[in-house]
Write a protein that binds this ligand. Sequence first.
Ligand code: PGA
Length: 265
Amino acid sequence: MTTGTPARVPLIAGNWKMNLDHLQSIAFVQKLAWNLKDARHDFSQVEVAVFPPFTDLRSVQTLVSADRLPIKFGAQDVSAHASGAYTGEISASFLTALECTYVIIGHSERRTLHNETDQQVSAKVVAATGAGLVPVICVGETAEDLEEHGPSAVPVSQLKVALAELKPGADIVVAYEPVWAIGSGQAATPEQAEQVASALRSVISDALGAETAAATRILYGGSVKAANIAGFMRQANIDGALVGGASLDIAEFSSIARYRSHVGT
Ligand code: PGA
């Protein structure tokens, strides 16, 4: 069977949050790569990326580059500023210097625990794209938002602001992560995720044009595991997953990345 490169290469992304130190991350990435290689995973058909804590990135970079591993990596946050008196912040250019491909921006834990606003998310997106990083822009509604406004309203308004300063052709990834689904074991239904993903693609089209919207990958995140990934990946507007808890288990995460082989799609 000949399969060309899909228009939007699906992305399975592991958000480690504050787990695994730099030594643990080396062992993890090495084993993950072996596991996927053994399973003959085709990385050109389904991309795999990990998002370790900042302090692990140099170690992951060294391993990935020395062993030429086909695994991508990125950071979990970035400063909106390029340099200067911002104690504790990490500049986007520091991340490109470490060969990061991606950076997660606006994760709900940062919005909630660090009071990040849509405007700050937008500024970080500008900083990331300006430095050559691909931002994974997270949006999603809380349980209260869902009850009050339905699933799409809040993610749509968050994304509008996040994209406001970008130009057509911007290389971005969007992650729809309902806050109530994160770490709860209660994932959205594939149909609901598709409904929001489709609304988000329209936002991208309005802001950046139809071509950019068609090229942008939209991920679903929130209690994704091997047992439910297939339902999401069957949806027309869902191009991958942002995986938290299940990304810390090598067998489970690699099974999620290999969703095609175990669902026969
Ligand atoms: P979860 O986390 O898979 O543990 O629900 C997802 C995320 O926060 O990105």
